[in-house]
Each structure stands twice: as structure tokens, then as C-alpha cells.
Design a protein around this ligand. Structure first.
Ligand code: ADP
Length: 467
């Protein structure tokens, strides 16, 4: 099957969060299973595009209020494990950021250029797989816009990585969408706005989310789309994300201070922990708790300052925080450094290498999320022998079981300061049961969350649309 994944992010080209990780891995694993799976994404002005060379495979022009020229580029030397197509639209999409507060035209241009190219390909794709709202108008345009009628019978799949963001814009911009039968305008609308995510749910042949539990949750809390999802539930399915076990392998991870396998996990983690503790002035003899992620309410980031402050009172643990986001939370987390020197430190910002080291160095990873469609961090933590402490939501509920209930992680029920602080208290007791903790470490490193199984689940889904 010829499969095109269309996405705003793809690791290692451009990544903001889990979407990048997923789109950077899934096609690779689908190709291993004998498919021809590629990625189409924007050509941004970033480190990756500056340090690689590209060749043009298509040149086009479209209208978006005014004409835009665009190129479809591929990599000269590609070692990614899938073909990569970059949509280069100077003056619209060629930016040094992925997202901004005004992205309607940027991602509309991206989707139009993508379809202008796909529609003229000799060999029609078997599947067009869209990811999140940035590509959410593609199923509508493929089925309704006159210019793309040749793609009308091509099945579309949309994956919701995060239902909170929907890409809404006003009807005053409807003329930017390539002409279609206006009696179908309802397929674009949700509550008097053009809503790309809602449109994708209405028009795609199948709708997936990144964990089964998140699909269930969305039926009751989807930032306004609950009724729509319930109505369309017949075509909705949750498929748990995997992780790229080549990129995320403590035995070969080039970012680590010392590599380790299950056999060498004690000494390996110790070396990474000692380095990190020295670098950030922490005590390596205490259990090390870490947080990695976007500092937003969805992740429960606003709870962290108080949870950390409570937990650090007894001076029997250390905490390392890596993240950025809400400025107020950033400031609160940074200020805590002065109150707990030697026990707490932060790195405010995005740092891919440091994230790898923190997964390896930490004993526990904290995730008090309110919303977590799948969550990759807990799976990376497990692979690196680090015990996840998670709130029981979304994909976290699908992937972590509590150590007091024949499980291997620490679960809490509710994103609150009390629940988060008590979970840390329980985790310290777990850490102090040294033999059990060591055995658990070996056990969690063996849990298989690689993409193999989920990549096949997507292929089965595509096959059901291509009889
Ligand atoms: P989301 O996509 O909602 O942010 P996920 O758990 O799906 O959450 O994916 C988060 C990804 O982003 C992980 O690979 C995580 O390591 C990475 N990440 C988040 N914040 C940072 C940061 N400040 N520095 C480095 N990596 C980060």
C-alpha cells in the first residue's frame, strides 16, 4: 500500500511534542512491514533544513487570497527509513517556528499545496493519513473540492493526537478553501465556526486517537466535540502509540553519559545520575524525581510548584525539572531553586539531549496530567528503567499499573496537589524497598512498547478501507 502521512511535525525534522515523535516513527515501522509509507510536512527554516540538501520533485502555484509558488522537495541522502516530502512555500510556511497564534493561512496553504501535488500523481495513494487539526481540512477537500475530484475515492484516516486544539477560524475566510458545492458547507462548520478538527471527524473514513482510553474520554470531554464524536463513534478507534525503540534505547543512545542494558542498569543509571546531579547541584544519594514536558495546564504543570515544595520539605529526595511553557509557572518553578538548593533544580527551555539524560538518570518520572492523549514520556521512562508516577487519565491509564496492585508504576487518581504529593511519598517508600525496586527496574525495561504492534494495527485499519 502507498500511504502518505501528512503532519505539521516529524522528528527529527521538526518536533514540538509527541506528534513529532509519532510521525517520525510510525512510517518507518510500516515500511518494515512491507508498506510504502511516506511523510509530507512543511519545509521550515530550521536546523534540519539548513544542514541537509534537497531536490525538487514538483513545482506548483495556488491561490490563497494571492498567488503562492511552492515546491515539493525530497532529501538528497535519506536515512530516515521513509520517504520525506517537504512543502516549501516561501513567504507563508518557511518560518523558524512550527506553531504561532495565527496559523490559519499557513496550514491551509500547506494542505492545498499537498493536495495539488497528490492529485496529479500517476499512482494514486491507497491511504491519506492526516494528523491533528493542521491537516484536518484535507478529508473535506478530497471529498468535496472540485479540483481534487480524482482523490474522491481515496480513503482518508485522521488521528487525533490532541483534541483540545481544533484550528477554528471564521466563515469570513471560507473563500480560501478551494471551490466546492456550497450545500456541503455544514461539513466544515461546528458551532458557527469553521472547525478543521470537527470537519476531519465528519469527513475522514476513519478517526483514530492515540490510546483506547483517550477515545473513551473524548466522548465526554473533547472541548466541544463530544456530541460529534459520539455520533461518529462507529468509525472511531483508539490505537495506542508506540515508541521508536531505536532512537530510545539506553544501550545505544548517543546522548547518554553512559549506555546500559538490563544487565548493567544499576551502574549505567548511576553514572548518568552522578553526571546530572553534579551538573545541576543535586545529591546523587537520594532518589531523583524528574519532570519533562510542556508547562501547560493539560500536563498539570500549575500543580508542580506546590507538589515539589511539599515533597522537598523532608529533604529525602531530589527533583530535576525540564520544560517550558506558561511564564508564570516557569517563574514559580525557577524561584523554588533558591528555597531548596542542593535538592531541586530546573532547566527552563527545550533540550532534546538533556531530556534523554534525564530519562536515564532519574529514578522516577512525574506526570500529574489532567489530559494525556497517550503520553510518550512514561513509555520512554519505562524503557530507561525509570518508574513513572502518573495520574490515571488517557493513555497513562492504558500503560501504567500501580506497584501496590501487582503493577510496576505509581498511579494516582486525580490531578491535585494532594494526590501528586502523596504519590511521591509512596514512591519514596517503594524506592526504599531496595530489592523490590531493583527487580522492578529490570522488569519495566523489558516491557515492549515498540511500534511493531501498533504499526500493524494501523495497517489492518487501512486494509479495511481498501478491500
Ligand atoms: P505532548 O505531545 O503532549 O507534549 P508527549 O508525551 O506525547 O506530550 O510527548 C512529549 C515529547 O516531547 C517527548 O519526546 C518529551 O521527551 C519531549 N519534550 C517535552 N518537553 C521537552 C523539553 N523541554 N525538552 C526536551 N524534550 C521535551
Amino acid at each position: 500500500m502507498t500511504i502518505f502521512h501528512i503532519s505539521a511535525e516529524c522528528y527529527p525534522i521538526a518536533k514540538v511534542g509527541g506528534l513529532g515523535d509519532v510521525v517520525g516513527a510510525l512510517p518507518k515501522y510500516q515500511n518494515k512491514l512491507g508498506q510504502t509509507s511516506s511523510v509530507i510536512m512543511p519545509f521550515y527554516d530550521n536546523k534540519f533544513t539548513k544542514s541537509h540538501t534537497f531536490k525538487r520533485v514538483f513545482k506548483g502555484r495556488f491561490n490563497l487570497g494571492r498567488p503562492f509558488d511552492f515546491d515539493i522537495l525530497t532529501l538528497e541522502d535519506n536515512t530516515l527509513g521513509y520517504e520525506l516530502y517537504l512543502v516549501h512555500i516561501p513567504g507563508l510556511l518557511y518560518t523558524d517556528y512550527v506553531y504561532s497564534s495565527n496559523d490559519t493561512e499557513r496550514f491551509l496553504g500547506f494542505q492545498i499545496a499537498t493536495l495539488d501535488w497528490l492529485v496529479q500523481l500517476e499512482q494514486k495513494p491507497n491511504i491519506v493519513h492526516c494528523h491533528d487539526h493542521h491537516t484536518g481540512l484535507i478529508p473535506f477537500m478530497m471529498s468535496q473540492s472540485y479540483a481534487y475530484h480524482k482523490l474522491r475515492s481515496t480513503p482518508t484516516v485522521v488521528t487525533i493526537h490532541n483534541g483540545q486544539y481544533q484550528g477554528w477560524f471564521g466563515h469570513d475566510k471560507i473563500h480560501l478553501i478551494p471551490p466546492f458545492d456550497f450545500s456541503k458547507v455544514g461539513l466544515l462548520d461546528w458551532k458557527h465556526l469553521i472547525n478543521p478538527l470537527a470537519s476531519a471527524i465528519k469527513c475522514a473514513w476513519k478517526v483514530t486517537t492515540v490510546s483506547p482510553n483517550y477515545m473513551q474520554e473524548l466522548m465526554y470531554a473533547a472541548n466541544g466535540l463530544e456530541d460529534l464524536l459520539r455520533y461518529e463513534s462507529g468509525k472511531c478507534v483508539g490505537i495506542l502509540n508506540g515508541i521508536d525503540d531505536k532512537v530510545w534505547d539506553p544501550a545505544t543512545d548517543a546522548d547518554l553519559i553512559k549506555n546500559y542494558s538490563i544487565k548493567t542498569v544499576q551502574s549505567g543509571k548511576k553514572a548518568n545520575k552522578e553526571w546530572l546531579c553534579k551538573e545541576f547541584n543535586l545529591n546523587p544519594n537520594l532518589p531523583l524525581f524528574a519532570f519533562i514536558g510542556r508547562l501547560v495546564d493539560e500536563k498539570g504543570a500549575d500543580l508542580l510548584p506546590e507538589i515539589f515544595n511539599n515533597s522537598l520539605y523532608h529533604k529525602n529526595l531530589c527533583i530535576m525539572m525540564l520544560g517550558s511553557g506558561d511564564t508564570r509557572v516557569e517563574q514559580q518553578l525557577d524561584r523554588l531553586k533558591n528555597q531548596h538548593p542542593g535538592y531541586y533544580n530546573t532547566y527552563i527551555g527545550y533540550n532534546e539531549r538533556l531530556a534523554h539524560i534525564v530519562y536515564a538518570a532519574a529514578d522516577f518520572l512525574i506526570m500529574p496530567s489532567r489530559v494525556e492523549p497517550c503520553g510518550l514520556n512514561q513509555m520512554y521512562a519505562l524503557r530507561y528503567g525509570t518508574v513513572p508516577i502518573v495520574n490515571k487519565v488517557g493513555g497513562l491509564k492504558d500503560t501504567v499499573e500501580d506497584f501496590d496492585n501487582n503493577g510496576f508504576g505509581v498511579l494516582h487518581d486525580g490531578a491535585t496537589v494532594q494526590e501528586g504529593s502523596f504519590a511521591i511519598y509512596r514512591a519514596i517508600n517503594f524506592f526504599n524497598a531496595t530489592d523490590r525496586f531493583k527487580k522492578n527496574r529490570n522488569f519495566i525495561m523489558k516491557i515492549d512498547h515498540s511500534w511493531d504492534r501498533s504499526a500493524q494495527a494501523y495497517i489492518d485499519l487501512y486494509n479495511s478501507l481498501n478491500p
